[in-house]
Ligand binder design. Sequence first.
Ligand SMILES: NC(=O)C1=CN([C@@H]2O[C@H](COP(=O)(O)OP(=O)(O)OC[C@H]3O[C@@H](n4cnc5c(N)ncnc54)[C@H](OP(=O)(O)O)[C@@H]3O)[C@@H](O)[C@H]2O)C=CC1
Ligand SMILES: N[C@@H](C=O)C(=O)O
Length: 266
Amino acid sequence: MNGNKEMGTAVVTGASSGLGEVFAERLAKRGYNLKLVARRKDRLESIADKLQSKYGITVTNLVADLGSETDLKNVVNDLSADKSITLLINNAGTSTLASTTTTSVAKQKAMVDVNITALMLLSNAVIPNFVEKNEGTLINIASVLGFYSLPISAVYSGTKGFVVQYTHGLQEELKGTNIRVQLVNPATTATEIWEVGGVPLSALDQATIMTTENCVDAALSGLDQGELATHPSVNDQKLIDAYEDARIKLFQGSQSGRPADRYIQN
Ligand SMILES: NC(=O)C1=CN([C@@H]2O[C@H](COP(=O)(O)OP(=O)(O)OC[C@H]3O[C@@H](n4cnc5c(N)ncnc54)[C@H](OP(=O)(O)O)[C@@H]3O)[C@@H](O)[C@H]2O)C=CC1
Ligand SMILES: N[C@@H](C=O)C(=O)O
């Protein structure tokens, strides 16, 4: 086993392109050994070769379709049994951006299977080991579309909304431990997901598009700063604080046990 023994193994799902590929490179540079998960074997192999020779780390590829029950089970079993894992980035995601009436059930289900089910079961696979050691880091990649919906993102936004609330829930559950859980909400980033999802990047306002490197470096900087939620492209910290404050206050305001005055007929 190469790499820096202290760092352990980082698992990156969706490492064959986009944000996952850059996360893998940045973590290799930090000295982690890697486990990379995705369907495209050739891409994973060439990334693994490059990172192993450049950083002297060990890379293991798990070629798997996270939307397939059997493949997912194999990855879950692998991660559960691997006590060297210190970090998991649930990054794999799929997006079809179109109205629900024009999106096949198969594509809607693929978003739920990969963005929700796989993310949850892979978290389940590592958290017990993290709890046992009282250390570990889980990073969940959601999206700005986890708290906003477009006419073409009902299902995708629904899946990312799950990631947002699930991650907040885990943060509450693991409060007071040495286990870090970070939520990352990227906005538009220049990756294949757009073309694959039916909206080419060329159709978007170019000023709104971030590079993959900038997005990943901001996410890791947020992690290093101890943030619970990182919004790579939001410059105004007050906006983030106000959103967080409103979210908590709205919950507290709901705990009245009686209908709001506007619903009471005189
Ligand atoms: N780009 C953007 O604008 C934004 C992206 N995000 C999120 O960032 C994450 C990374 O996406 P991004 O880098 O943009 O897009 P990419 O399309 O470049 O990467 C997606 C990754 O997920 C993997 N993946 C997709 N489906 C499956 C599957 N069924 N089984 C296993 N792996 C799968 C792909 O690998 P392979 O095809 O080889 O299986 C690929 O490595 C996603 O969760 C996405 O929702 C969030 C906000 C904005
Ligand atoms: N991945 C993007 C949409 O497909 C996003 O989350 O903004």
